[in-house]
Design a protein around this ligand. Sequence first.
Ligand SMILES: Nc1ncnc2c1ncn2[C@@H]1O[C@H](COP(=O)(O)OP(=O)(O)O)[C@@H](O)[C@H]1O
Ligand SMILES: [Mg+2]
Length: 267
Amino acid sequence: MIKLMIGNQKGGVGKTTSAITLARCFADRGLKTLLIDSDPQGSIAVTLRLKPQNYIADFILNQLRLPDCVTTVAERLDVLCGNRETTTMEQRIFTMYGRELVFQKAFELYEDTYDAIVVDVAPSISLLQACSMVFCQNVVIPISMDTLSVSGAGATIFSAQTIGDSVRVPIRSVGLLPTIVNKRFGLTDIVMKMMGQLSETYKIPILPAIRTDQVIGKATRAHKMVADLDPASKALEDYHAAASQLLEFFKVEGMNAQAQNGQSIAV
Ligand SMILES: Nc1ncnc2c1ncn2[C@@H]1O[C@H](COP(=O)(O)OP(=O)(O)O)[C@@H](O)[C@H]1O
Ligand SMILES: [Mg+2]
């Protein structure tokens, strides 16, 4: 089982793109995958033009069954969408006892159903980010090619440590993911150097870089996943390389004979 939160305190660094695309990479390799949107902006539903009957708030607050709240968007890939109600949900969770554990408790029952869970979060230090971190215990940090994105990554590493300490669960930052990378862009070298320092200081590996690719914008405009729009695109190739490294890290086998037979694999 692999659980990842995709986080960076800065917005526009490729969190949502990475969450959707990595989740799809896992699903395409045979892992039964759940993608969760904990961002009140509901970017995943907007991006994929999903109009589910129930959202994450219905699952968490009204305690509906998870299968009644998810939308299957590809083979082996379910999405639990977010919407504005997510903000109300956060306010309600705030008053609950053991609030950082709310996601962990709510999803516990369904964890065996999935081989991989990927959580997208809002670009802020929020209670829902804490809930997501405690639930996943593993954080992947996308860093786009600007210096503020590196500061945002630093803030995320720091909050992973402090939240982990306060609830006594080890929260690991498992990878820095360079995103929207254009080698011809002047700042790229500087940002990659800063990322190298962050990686050394905190002993966090740097994952294979995701190149800038127009297919990402095209996919968003077409409300499709990159794998459906252009399976041969360079961004998808890069995301597959990053997914391989993450699976390697978690020692999860990719597509195997069982998965090719149409069943998801036990991890
Ligand atoms: N590899 C890429 N190539 C080109 N554009 C990208 C790439 N990754 C993300 N983008 C674009 O960058 C913007 C921010 O991405 P998004 O995933 O929404 O970031 P976040 O969730 O961190 O706010 C979007 O317009 C998205 O289309
Ligand atoms: Mg986003």
